[in-house]
Design a binder for this molecule. Structure first.
Ligand SMILES: [Zn+2]
Length: 266
């Protein structure tokens, strides 16, 4: 049997689902050694299995020279599982059934992002600090977000270093697809996802406080949450916002009277 523990892939300290890992990349620990029955099809042949039975998420399954089962949700929302040469399809199916909820959540999130990018391309507006804005001409979303974060980050880090009592040795802005931030306690370096500029400013406060807290406590244990809650009490609000597409959050802020208008018409 494979060890059923799921571990989100992260080389640094930060890997809480929905926290530091907005997308999905699940990975199983290496299997126990032992002979496995060979299956009667080519090593690289791809199969499609449904996670969680009929109506479940379709997952492309492929045998690779890997030591672990690697489950990945791509940016377009499709799911892919690579399995070791000796793993059986029944084992792959059991693994997928065990992670059906995880898959549904992450596929939905990726699809929402893809849809968001499409809509943004149509009306030309971008979510910025929780509001829809027209970006400056000739500037890509990534450039705008990076510039905005460079402008705002020094003030936020000063405030949050004071609140947490931790101090980072360096800050990096990155366009990351799988995490809002990460911290390496050994070196004191913190990386922040530039896409945070799309969300209300409280989300940046939260991620900065979260990563700084990792310099005091690397894992997401009780001590970590106690320390973080002291430095940043509005954790739940920020986390809830980060689970929604940035554009949806921004649209709700930009047109707050939309629903009231509709209901008063009747
Ligand atoms: Zn974390």
């Amino acid at each position: 049997m494979w060890d059923p523990t799921i571990v989100l892939l992260a080389r640094t300290a930060c890997h809480g689902p929905g926290l530091c890992a907005p997308n999905g990349f699940a990975r199983l620990p290496a299997p126990a050694t032992g002979r496995r029955p060979a299956l009667g099809y080519n090593a690289r042949m791809k199969r499609t299995l449904l996670a969680g039975g009929p109506g479940g998420v379709a997952v492309e399954v492929e045998r690779r020279r890997v030591r672990r089962l690697n489950l990945r949700v791509r940016p377009d929302g499709t799911a892919h599982l690579s399995i070791p040469q000796r793993a059986t399809l029944a084992e792959a199916q059991r693994f997928l059934d065990g992670h059906a909820d995880w898959l549904r959540r992450h596929v939905a999130r990726q699809e929402a992002r893809a849809a968001e990018a499409e809509v943004a391309a149509r009306d030309g507006l971008l979510p910025l600090w929780g509001e829809l804005v027209a970006p400056p001409a000739g500037m890509t979303a990534d450039e705008l977000y990076r510039a905005e974060l460079e402008r705002r980050l020094p003030e936020v880090t000063r405030r949050m270093e004071e609140a947490t009592g931790a101090r980072a040795s360096g800050w990096q802005l990155r366009a990351m697809s799988s995490r809002w931030g990460s911290a390496t306690p050994g070196t004191g370096r913190i990386r922040i996802n530039v896409r945070l500029a799309a969300y209300p400013p409280t989300c940046l406060d939260y991620v900065v406080a979260h990563e700084l807290t990792h310099l005091l406590e690397p894992s997401h244990n009780e001590r970590f949450h106690v320390l973080l809650a002291r430095a940043y009490p509005a954790e739940r609000t920020a986390r809830a916002l980060l689970r929604r597409p940035a554009r949806e959050v921004a649209a709700a802020n930009s047109f707050p009277t939309g629903n009231a208008h509709e209901t008063s018409a009747g």
